[in-house]
Design a protein around this ligand. Structure first.
Ligand code: GDG
Length: 739
């Protein structure tokens, strides 16, 4: 594995500067643990904010901190109070965080925040620039740094860049509300691999890319100006062994050795062996659904009074972002709710809700986990929710039930939990009851399968998978680059061309000689196209063939009177200078009457799409349709046609934003072979951009120069970026004619 540069807003360390002495303690959060082995290897580095406002530090202190961090493999990005206010509290936590968690009403699009966000992302990019080396992998984390992948790719196009989003990626309908949506999405697309916790987030991201930028996407691969970018799902795991082992250890310790929490709970159990504890742990954040949980618990106590005095809810709410107004308001509301429930139900020997507004050391956290009977997590939106996984990992006696919100990414992998809608109090109330009465054998059965999965796909595996995929993507990109028409390939083409006496050049039209137009009727050749083609055709040694899916009429209109051959409708018709159009075979088209109404139905249901009729094919064009509806309907159409086609000797050709149904056996490869039959060409070239051109590439002899326009998988020997590159190549050959 190569050296990895990990970048996150916050460095995985805590710095203490007491009495002017600097000490750096590594933190043990999920991400830090998962990346530990990578971070420790091959001089890898972690770049991030060290957690202290830079304006509070003297220059001497800053250098001391930098030196200590360097020893721990960390590179600091120092941020001052103003940057923390606008970049961190502002754009990250008041603009993006609420919007991405579907709290659009809280999202504040303050241009000052945005300006600072851009500047701080730039500070991170500059920090990386100081240390990055050739071959380093770069892995950027989370919503604070959405612009960073773009900045890095621009500066270091050859370094593989990965990006992982730890929070949800929202539906396009929310994302589009951001004033700076295009900049943000383009920033993310600087990465070569983008990772999300769930398929839904990936789906929303791809749909946003398609809608905002119109980029071509095939499955999960996006063509970003001819760079292949992949989006994929990597559900983050936890350090399973650490939690499981700690739970075993705390359990094993005798009663006397246990901490305060366990002793208190032990006492309750002595008084009532059936006493039950429900646990929730989260940062005090409006996304975590804390009020819903208290209200549902209150309802539960009302509905099932037999449990009053016998069940308590322990809520650990870790203080978070208290500078932000909504967090203060939430704190107040939660205090009130807890007060309301306790005020109403409490007895001298029983507190319904135990509420801790603080964080606990790891051992006590584990004590809380192991002493609870039910885990109750009700986020209204949550990227993953690692607490759900930790709760399961700490079940060491085969008992325990997890109630988990369907809005947490974790619910996708944890179907054995009791999955609830956090907005439905009824459902939560019933789930609490169901959990309390669930037979122990069933608890064990559910826990077994959950634990097996979490143990296997732990955070170490998650890290490994992401980095392997990143290396896979960059290998694949490498194969495309390897096919690129480089100056040395151009040299070979020119040499072979100038040495040959008999040459033939097949050129597709749309996307190859001209760029794409939304309206295919507007793609007529410009002067440069005529000039290049005429000059090529002027050399007696050259046969130039335009080989297109277009109909005869259009090709005649554009190229009548020019000295080259035309192949229309993918090979149905051929015409050479001075001759008439000739059909290449006998084809039937009686099937059209049956297929046409079906296609017309698609035109009606897909605004912007149109039907074209050629001699032996019917073509549904959806380039002008809604960028998401079009491809979806295309899949439906192909599906619908498949059974019919098999019985009628027909086939479907899928081109760029077209679905063409045609008599089988007609293709560009077959048509090209007719030209080659019985002739000895010393130079053969075929250029095309479309799926239909793959027939041509496949059928031309191996020594032919086959060139695909666009950096995608192809049978062609070479690739070029776009139609402008094709024109340049052809012009170079024309110049040789004149020498
Ligand atoms: C973001 C996304 C996504 C909590 N209290 C204490 C404590 N914790 C630890 C837990 C757990 C972590 O904090 C919380 O992680 P979550 O995943 O539940 O939530 P977020 O902080 O919102 O994290 C989230 C995550 O990123 C990872 O991608 O899952 O959706 O929002 O590990 O154990 N640890 C200690 N004392 C506490 O009091 N020691």
């Amino acid at each position: 594995m190569k050296r990895v540069i990990i970048i996150s807003n916050r460095l995985p360390v805590t710095i203490s500067t007491e009495k002017n002495r600097v000490s750096v303690t590594p933190s043990v959060g999920g991400l830090a643990t998962g990346l530990k082995s990578v971070h420790e290897k091959h001089g890898s580095l972690w770049v991030g904010w060290p957690g202290i406002e830079s304006d509070t530090l003297t220059p001497e202190m800053t250098s001391k901190i930098d030196a200590e961090l360097d020893k721990a493999g960390c590179l600091p990005v120092h941020l001052n109070a103003d940057e923390l206010e606008n970049f961190y509290n502002g754009f990250s936590n008041k603009t993006i965080w609420p919007l991405f968690h579907y709290f659009a009403q809280y999202s504040d699009s303050n241009p000052e925040y945005w300006e600072s966000y851009r500047q701080v992302n730039r500070l991170f990019a500059d920090a990386v620039a100081r240390v990055v080396q050739k071959g380093d992998y770069i892995w950027v984390h989370d919503y604070h740094l959405l612009l960073l992948p773009g900045m890095l790719k621009e500066m270091f196009p050859d370094n593989p860049v990965g990006f992982f989003l730890h929070i949800p990626f929202p539906s396009y309908e929310l994302f589009r509300m951001l004033p700076w949506r295009n900049e943000l999405i383009k920033g993310m697309l600087g990465a070569d691999l983008l990772g999300f916790h769930t398929f839904d987030y990936e789906r929303h991201f791809l749909s946003t890319v398609r809608r905002l930028l119109g980029y071509d996407i095939s499955f999960n691969t996006i063509n970003v100006n001819n760079r292949m970018v992949k989006a994929d799902v990597f559900p983050m795991g936890i350090d399973y062994t650490r939690f499981h082992a700690a739970a075993l250890e705390r359990n094993r310790l005798g009663r006397n050795n246990q901490g305060e929490i366990l002793q208190q709970i032990e006492k309750l159990h002595q008084d009532d062996p059936d006493f039950r504890l429900i646990l929730s742990i989260d940062r005090l954040d409006y996304t975590k659904g804390i009020p819903n949980r208290i209200i549902a618990f209150e309802q539960f106590l009302k509905r099932y009074p037999q449990y009053q005095g016998r069940v308590s809810l322990v809520m650990l709410a870790v203080p978070s972002r208290h500078e932000v107004d909504q967090y203060q308001a939430l704190k107040k509301y939660v205090d009130e709710l807890v007060g309301r429930v306790n005020g109403h139900f409490a007895r001298f020997n029983w507190t319904p809700v135990w509420y801790f507004y603080r964080s606990l050391p790891f051992d006590e956290l584990v004590d809380l986990y192991i002493s609870s009977d039910i885990g109750l997590l009700t986020p209204v939106r949550d990227g993953m929710n690692l607490v759900a996984k930790e709760y399961i990992a700490t079940r060491v006696n085969g008992k325990g039930v997890l109630i988990l919100s369907e809005m947490a990414g974790a619910s996708k992998e944890m179907s054995e939990a009791l999955i609830i809608n956090p907005n439905n109090m009824e459902e939560i109330t019933s789930a609490i009851y169901e959990a309390l009465v669930m037979p122990v054998e069933e608890q064990k059965k559910r826990l077994d399968s959950l634990q097996k999965r979490l143990k296997r796909y732990n955070v170490q595996k998650w890290t490994g998978d992401f980095l392997d995929s990143l290396s896979g993507v960059s290998r694949l990109q490498g194969t495309f680059v390897a096919k690129n028409v480089t100056p040395s390939v151009t040299g070979r083409i020119r040499k072979s061309y100038s040495e040959a006496d008999q040459r033939i050049i097949f050129l597709d039209y749309d996307g190859t000689l001209v760029g794409f137009h939304k309206d295919p009727a507007k793609a007529a050749p410009d002067n440069e196209v005529y000039e290049v083609l005429d000059m090529l055709a002027a050399d007696k040694r050259n046969s130039v063939v335009i080989i297109s899916g277009r109909d005869r009429k259009t090709l005649s209109e554009w190229f009548d009177g020019h000295n080259f051959c035309l192949i229309a409708e993918h090979g149905v018709w051929i015409r050479c200078p001075g001759k008439r159009w000739k059909q290449t075979g006998r084809f039937s088209n009686g099937w059209k009457e049956v297929v046409r109404p079906a296609l017309e139905f698609y035109v009606d249901r897909t605004p912007g799409s149109l039907l074209e009729e050629k001699s032996y094919s019917l073509v549904w064009h959806y380039r002008g349709a809604d960028p998401e509806l079009g491809p979806m309907r295309a899949i439906e159409l192909k599906d619908e046609m498949t059974t019919f086609l098999a019985n009628h000797d027909l086939e479907i050709l899928e081109g760029n934003k077209v679905v063409e149904i045609k008599t089988s056996g007609i293709n560009k490869g077959r048509a090209a072979l007719e030209f080659l039959a019985g002739k000895e060409y010393e130079f053969i070239m075929g250029v095309g951009d479309d799926w239909t051109d793959e027939y041509l590439f496949g059928d031309l002899p191996a020594e032919a120069f086959t060139i695909k326009v666009g950096m995608v998988h192809t049978r062609a020997r070479y690739t070029v970026e776009d139609h402008l590159a094709v024109r340049k190549l052809l012009k170079g050959m024309v110049n040789l004619n004149n020498k």
